[in-house]
Design a binder for this molecule. Structure first.
Ligand code: ZN
Length: 105
């Protein structure tokens, strides 16, 4: 028997991983694969290279209030939607497994 608290880290890691995959899929959809694989992530407005704290899927968009830390330009909500979609798909794959293994409250 596995408790919810024991599987919470797995669920959080799954959401972050899915969010990262979703974010990358969004970048590929917007910029194309060739431009997505070159260099570091940058702000579309000021070309500021994003730090790790600006790249945490699902979390950074909210904590940065959808604004670039360098120039303050607004980050499109579409980025968050891609991350949310990726996290949702990953969780939809993992949560049934957690339930099947008998996670209880
Ligand atoms: Zn910027």
């Amino acid at each position: 028997m596995v408790t919810i608290l024991e599987v919470l880290p797995l669920v959080a890691i799954t959401a972050l991983f899915g969010g990262a995959v979703g974010s990358f899929a969004g970048v590929v959809a917007c910029r194309g694969l060739r431009h997505s694989l070159v260099g570091h992530s940058r702000c579309d407005s000021c070309a500021h290279t994003l730090g790790w704290y600006e790249l945490v899927p699902l979390v950074s968009f909210v904590t940065l209030r959808a604004r670039c830390t360098s120039c303050g330009s607004k980050i499109g909500f579409g980025v968050y939607v891609w991350e949310l979609a990726g996290a949702s798909i990953a969780l939809a794959a993992v949560v049934p497994l957690v339930v099947a293994f008998g996670a209880t409250a």
